[in-house]
Design a protein around this ligand. Structure first.
Ligand SMILES: [Zn+2]
Length: 197
């Protein structure tokens, strides 16, 4: 099987041993796979950091953001699996590798954005009146609890307010509540708390 590029350094090669980095195709494959493993670890750590950030400064549109990061997450892991299979089969991996490496910082960037948006937010908190319509909770390691309330924003019917366990248990359907919202440094509104009106 002829490989056109070195899996380690990406240089063109016509012999088994790469002229640029000196690795054989087998050594280059191992080098690539260990790099993939390291990058995947960095990516997963970024995803965890993102979950922490989204819990610390819960965006009003958290569910939309979570769906986006979820799609990115599975696409990235899918590419990692595909890349690994191609590496084992000694097929060309250059473009996939670039794509994969490009996706690695994404959860870190999004986590940083959410932290910055909340931590450096100097905007005034405002209270919005709403009525609890229903509640939603998903158990598990990434447990999420939402109060579904009437929206105060134009063009929105409902808001899905991220709350902690205490607030989730405290409110029931029909309650009139005040939702405390801050506008966010980079204009991602986030919820600082919910109280009974
Ligand atoms: Zn090389």
């Amino acid at each position: 099987m002829q490989m056109t590029r070195c899996m380690n350094c990406g240089a063109e090669r016509d012999e088994d041993k790469c002229d640029v980095c000196g690795l054989t195709s087998t050594a280059a494959e191992f080098s690539l796979r260990s790099k993939l493993l390291n990058r995947t670890a960095i990516f997963l750590l970024g995803a965890v950091t993102f979950v922490v950030a989204s819990g610390r400064y819960p965006a009003l549109e958290l569910d939309g953001i979570l769906i986006f990061i979820g799609v990115v997450f599975f696409i990235t892991l899918g590419i990692a699996i595909w890349l690994e299979r191609r590496a084992v089969a000694h097929q060309d991996v250059d473009i996939l590798k670039r794509l994969y490496y490009g996706l690695i910082p994404l959860p870190w960037l999004l986590a940083g954005l959410l932290f910055m948006n909340g931590m450096l937010d100097a905007s005034k908190m405002h209270s919005e009146q709403a009525r609890v319509i229903s509640k939603f909770s998903m158990p598990g390691p990434m447990a999420s609890r939402r109060l579904i309330v009437t929206s105060w924003r134009e063009g929105h019917h409902l808001e899905r307010i991220p709350v902690d366990r205490v607030d989730f248990d405290r409110f029931t359907k029909g309650d009139l509540v005040d939702v405390q919202v801050k506008d966010g440094l980079v204009s991602i509104p986030w919820v600082t708390g919910v109280s009974m009106r």
